[in-house]
Write a protein that binds this ligand. Structure first.
Ligand code: PEP
Ligand code: MN
Length: 383
């Protein structure tokens, strides 16, 4: 399916260990700003496509929404002056026509757009019959089906130069990242579409300059085929995403560090911080799930009380336990661990339910063990 252009060169690059590099500012702000970065990237010589957002999907109204079609003329000028092929984001049919009219060489679909199948289809129809590379960012939610579906919409209209961009996923908890990397999601996409090049956008995952290099390194170590990095001549004055953009010099240093295997050691401290942050966000998820589970258990207790049903129900507990042991086994978790974990969760659930049914504050674990040890240890359920 994926045969030419970008894909061919990507395959070559992957086999030579040379990833696809796309770099440039988050937004096109002025002709001078664009030319400034593009000249630096061109002189460095390691960037394959120059990126800049022309229409910006900003979270809040009243913020900088991009210059619009006018900036496409500046992109054309950059291409003329530096010879770098240019890339921009399109979010509707009109954007596609404008971008193609101005000779844009690569189109990408932003995370917010990918979440809307109607818009993706509209864009795909507008590109039908055009031989241009299209890169599809992951949707905001960690939904590999939605991501794959969007890519397939482009494949179905005959786009052969297809790829994906991993830019992380929205997350409600506290995290050092702007968007959670959840590396298993791009891995699943790779399993489903083994020929599809997937590149990493460390800028939007990190959200902070100092974390961009470590995410870039992690992305390549995870087997991704390239990078899209935001580079601005004066990041602190950028009109969008000022926290995460790199200067051309720090971008060049990042690329050199990636080529330098010695540097991996220097980064190991940062890697530890990065991995721990991922662990923290998983712990947040566990706490969130436990709190929600307990709330459901309380609702069940109220039904039991109203209907004078017993709190402990053995058949149900057996079902709960065998289901989670089986599920855990499928994910490589030892049955003994899953049993221990869920017995503890279940014990607490029993405490809370008994208290609610009896209309009393929850007893200590010891008291409940004493009162209900016989029934509990025979494996009866509270939920
Ligand atoms: C961008 O690349 O500037 C952008 C808006 O990205 P995303 O769609 O990943 O938020
Ligand atoms: Mn951006």
């Amino acid at each position: 399916m994926i045969v030419n252009g970008l894909t061919e060169s990507l395959t070559e690059r992957v086999s030579t260990g040379n990833p696809l590099i796309i770099a440039g500012p988050c937004s096109a702000e002025s002709p001078e700003q664009l030319l400034d970065v593009a000249k630096a990237l061109c002189a460095d010589g390691r960037t394959h496509y120059f990126r800049a957002g022309v229409w910006k999907p900003r979270t809040s109204p009243g913020t900088f929404q991009g210059v619009g079609a006018e900036a496409l003329k500046w992109m054309a000028m950059v291409k003329r002056e530096t010879g770098l092929p240019v890339a921009t984001e399109v979010a509707n049919e009109r954007h596609v026509y404008e971008a193609l009219k101005h000779g844009v060489d690569l189109l990408w679909i932003g995370a917010r757009t990918v979440s809307n199948p109607f818009t993706v289809q509209e864009i795909a129809e507008a590109i039908r019959g055009v031989d241009i590379p299209v890169l599809v960012k992951n949707p905001l939610s960690p939904d590999v089906d939605l991501w794959e579906g969007a890519i397939n919409r482009f494949a179905r209209v005959g786009i052969t130069q297809l790829g994906a961009i991993h830019r992380g996923f929205s997350w409600w908890g506290k995290s050092i990242f702007r968007n959670q990397p959840y590396w298993s999601i791009p891995s699943s996409l790779k399993e489903r579409m083994p020929n599809l090049p997937i590149i990493c956008d460390p800028s939007h995952i990190a959200g902070r300059r100092n974390l961009v290099p470590i995410i870039a390194q992690r992305g390549l170590e995870q087997g991704l085929n390239g990078l899209m990095v935001e580079v601005h001549p004066s990041p602190e004055h950028a009109l969008s995403d000022s926290q995460q953009q790199l200067t051309p010099d720090s971008f060049a240093a990042l690329l050199s560090a990636l080529q330098d295997t010695q540097h991996s050691f220097a980064l190991s401290e940062e890697l530890l911080t990065e991995l721990r942050s991922e662990v923290d966000s998983m712990d947040d998820l566990l706490i969130w799930a436990l709190a929600n589970r307990m709330e459901l258990s309380e609702q069940i207790a109220n039904i039991k009380r109203t209907n004078s049903l017993p709190v402990l129900q053995q058949v149900r507990w057996n079902q709960v336990l065998s289901r989670v042991v089986q599920q855990g086994g499928g994910k490589g978790l030892r049955p003994v661990f899953v049993k221990r974990l869920f017995s503890s969760i279940h014990k607490e659930s029993c405490l809370v339910q008994q208290a609610l049914v009896q209309n009393k504050p929850a007893k200590s674990e010891k008291q409940v063990n004493f009162i209900s040890s016989k029934r509990y240890h025979h494996g009866e359920s509270c939920n």
